[in-house]
Design a protein around this ligand. Sequence first.
Ligand code: ATP
Length: 193
Amino acid sequence: MQFRKLKLSGFKSFVEPAELRIEPGLTGVVGPNGCGKSNLLEAIRWVMGENSPKSLRSGGMDDVIFAGTAQRPQRDFAEVVLDAYSADGEELQVTRRIERGAGSAYRVNGRDVRAKDVALVFADAATGAHSPALVSQGKIAAVIAAKPTERRMMLEEAAGIAGLHVRRRDAEGKLRQTEANLARLEDLMAGLD
Ligand code: ATP
């Protein structure tokens, strides 16, 4: 997967709509301390489905919405749009929007989808919100110190098989439900004899 463009509106310090084109090759983001460089990486994580307040340096989910300053009132929503090319070269647009007190909604290529669907899009592409491809400040030491099980999860994500675990859990759930239905059916049939 190749990321092409990131659009932010009302996300953290990006109160005005902002657009960042990500050209092939190396992209550097430079600026003084506190200007929002890390917020850009967090916007990428967030649109990919990140929900951990710790990863987003926030207390709650609404904290990603512009909180206002002495000069500007707070915003009621935040939106991040990520344009990418999928591994097959297809155009992909993922949107996440959060409204204060109302939670998040996702769209993929303009269609409303569940958070789970977005997680699968990125998990299969080995670029999930927890992907080791996204390294934030201080994370190198954490990777080195990771327990073997955590490191295995990172490797699975890097190998693009993390999505299979989600599908396996779904399939196991369906199997259990079907077995319960079957047992119930057998009980009913026994009652008919
Ligand atoms: P450094 O170089 O110090 O790591 P940085 O360029 O990575 O800094 P960030 O950490 O991305 O900067 O941005 C921090 C800024 O974002 C702070 O000024 C903080 O007040 C602002 N900020 C974070 N969340 C919000 C929010 N919800 N509303 C408004 N501003 C916010």
